[in-house]
Design a protein around this ligand. Structure first.
Ligand code: 1HE
Length: 259
């Protein structure tokens, strides 16, 4: 099938999705979201991990404002709910997703980046939520996901003042986990995704589906649910094999970063 808004390739066990509307700074229209939806599902059947990145000078300028300005309020609600659904397939789906960020990661672009599991950004990346200045509100999940990453005070500041933050600030704020030199984010994200793809599938599924849910629970409920997931994953044949591989010294130890 011919793609209009994204590129797609599978390298080893890793599906690589590229936002590919650089002339509009990868602004996300309704048709763009539908293509993304189709590719997320395709990646789930063809890969064990996924990477999302942007072609052109920026990762993503967010919502397509030219399309949005023509919508009725109710069409806007449906559009927002569709973003929630599709981004939710990434956050709580079958694959661990990694984002490679550069240039503008703004508005809906930051919401998309907040929906994946690990964010790698190069030194050109900058982050903003200009919705307040545009007379709108976040609608792609930022009030839930981005706010949980950076915290309420920082997100409120960003939205009220239009503050744009550089990559080092974004790392301090927990918006990104890895900072790399210019042009190196994609390869780093692919390498991390390829590594995650070697984990037991059941562990990856538990990590991406249980952790965010447990974050939303009380301490008592979270610990209770954790014990069942721990026990369930440990009884899988794959866990037995992997545990024995360690005990019989067939696999390496945990790396010591100070060595
Ligand atoms: C767009 C969009 C867009 C660029 N929708 N067309 N997002 C924003 O408020 C961010 C708006 N964009 C920008 O601030 C800048 O474009 C950038 C900082 C991202 C990049 O600047 P630059 O100089 O590289 O590009 P440019 O010249 O501003 O833009 C190139 C073209 O892309 C231009 O169109 P042209 O026909 O004049 O060539 C821009 O109009 C177009 N363009 N961004 C539509 N976003 C589910 S709720 C989510 C809510 C939001 O995401 S609100 C935040 C929206």
């Amino acid at each position: 099938m011919e793609l209009t808004y994204l590129t797609y390739e599978v390298r080893g066990d890793v599906a690589i999705l590229g936002l590919n509307r650089p002339q509009k700074r990868n602004a996300i229209s309704d048709a763009f979201v539908e293509e993304l939806a189709m590719l997320v599902r395709r990646a789930e059947s063809e890969a064990k991990a996924g990477v999302i990145h942007g072609h052109g000078p920026h990762f993503c300028a967010g919502l397509d404002l030219a399309e949005h300005v023509k919508k009725t309020p109710f069409e806007g609600v449906h559009g927002s709910r569709r973003w929630h659904e599709v981004f939710g397939w990434m956050q709580k789906g079958k694959l661990p997703w990694f984002a490679a960020l550069h240039g503008a990661v703004v508005g809906g672009g930051l919401e998309l980046a907040s929906s994946v599991h690990v964010r790698v950004a190069d030194s050109t990346a900058f982050f903003a939520l200009p919705e307040g200045q545009r007379g709108i509100f976040v609608g792609g999940g930022a009030s839930v996901r981005s706010a949980r990453l950076m915290g309420l005070a920082r997100m409120t500041d960003m939205m009220l003042t239009g503050r744009s933050v550089d990559v080092d600030t974004a790392e301090r704020w927990n918006l990104v986990q890895y900072v790399v030199p210019e042009g190196e984010a994609l390869e780093k994200a692919i390498a991390l995704a390829a590594h995650a793809a070697t984990n037991a599938e059941i562990s990856n599924y538990a990590i991406i589906n249980a952790l965010p849910r447990i974050q939303d629970m009380s301490t008592d409920d979270g610990l209770f649910v954790e014990s069942f997931i721990a026990s369930f994953t440990a009884t899988s044949p794959e866990a037995e094999e992997r545990l024995n591989a360690f005990l019989t010294k067939k696999v390496g130890k945990v790396a010591n970063p100070n060595a």
